[in-house]
Ligand binder design. Structure first.
Ligand code: GDP
Ligand code: ZN
Length: 295
């Protein structure tokens, strides 16, 4: 009889399925078209002491998708509720990337929180960081090395299934490590015990923090662009643009060269920053350049 479980780690051709909090099973997939990701609720069949087969994936409430190297969408995590976007003193923040992550969060109806790491290296947080706070996104500044700001940060993850994302080198692994303490290796252990070392390269892993929050570490999204489906929806990824767009003369205004555009007017008087508008335009152009691909 099939059981219901949660995918907590994904390997190339297998997934680790948790049936109860301390029971994990290495599962293969019943068909080639089945592509479970971390966070998926699955129906699976036990076929050994620690092994099984995934038969079905339950409908996802949310998805985080990225554009893969072929320009196609690829789901990296499912049923998540919050994106934890990490930026840092170094490497210098890529604000366009941050806006793409935020747009992905808006379009998938996920909460988003922005973390500025490596506070120990600087006394001045970039002013742009605070423009996001003004937009209503929770922001906090932390240091993984010094432990500064970590309690507020971990509180912001309570009750959420979080995915930690950001440029390579900003300190995501360091932050996950300090938050996890000694628990970090737990997920990999089953594979070692089962002598299945070849499966240990995960594409994503779900960890549980002692405060009950869930944290998905997904190396795959570190350096890639989140996928945005429909070009008409790009403005929904920018909350301040969306709010003002109702005042444009044309209901299908793209806010590029149209007359009587409320966004252009807001840009002139500073209600929309030029950085955010530039990100909107860049995302529009990126999407145009990928038009040949279908979602
Ligand atoms: P990831 O690629 O985002 O996972 O980043 P890592 O966690 O691998 O960290 C990248 C580099 O930044 C490493 O050399 C870390 O030691 C360093 N790093 C991470 N957090 C901090 C921090 O709070 N302060 C300082 N000074 N360095 C940090
Ligand atoms: Zn407009």
């Amino acid at each position: 009889m099939s059981e219901i479980g949660l995918v907590i780690a994904r390997y190339k051709r297998h997934a680790l399925v948790e049936s109860t909090p301390d029971k994990r099973h290495l599962c293969q997939f019943q068909s080639r078209t089945l592509n479970p990701v971390v966070g998926d609720q699955v129906s699976w069949l036990k076929d050994g002491k620690d092994t099984g087969t995934i038969r079905l994936i339950n409908t996802r409430s949310t998805e985080l998708r990225r554009i893969n190297s072929k320009g196609r969408p690829e789901t990296v995590a499912a049923n998540l509720t919050q994106l934890v976007i990490v930026i840092a003193e170094t490497p210098a923040p890529d604000w366009f990337l941050l806006d793409r992550y935020l747009a992905a969060a808006e379009l998938e109806h996920l909460r988003a929180t922005i973390i500025f790491n490596k506070l120990d290296l600087t006394e001045t947080i970039p002013p742009t960081f605070y423009t996001y706070e003004k937009l209503g996104y929770p922001v906090s500044a932390v240091s993984a090395h010094k432990g500064t700001g970590l309690s507020a940060f971990s509180e912001s993850m309570i009750g959420e299934r979080n995915v930690v994302i950001g440029q390579s080198g900003v300190g995501k692994s360091s932050l996950i490590n300090v938050l996890m303490g000694d628990n970090i290796q737990k997920v990999g252990q089953l594979s070692d015990k089962s002598n299945l070392g070849r499966h240990t390269t995960t594409t994503a892993t779900l960890h549980r923090l002692s405060n009950g929050s869930e944290l998905i570490d997904s190396p795959g999204v570190r350096d890639y662009a989140p996928y945005i489906g429909d070009i008409q929806k790009i403005q929904q990824g920018f909350r301040e643009l969306l709010a003002l767009s109702q005042n444009c003369r044309f209901s299908d205004c793209n806010h590029l060269a149209e007359p009587d555009c409320a966004i252009k007017a807001a840009l002139v008087d500073g209600r929309i920053t030029s950085k955010r508008y530039k990100s909107y335009k860049q995302l529009f152009e990126l999407k145009e350049s990928l038009k040949t691909y279908r979602s």
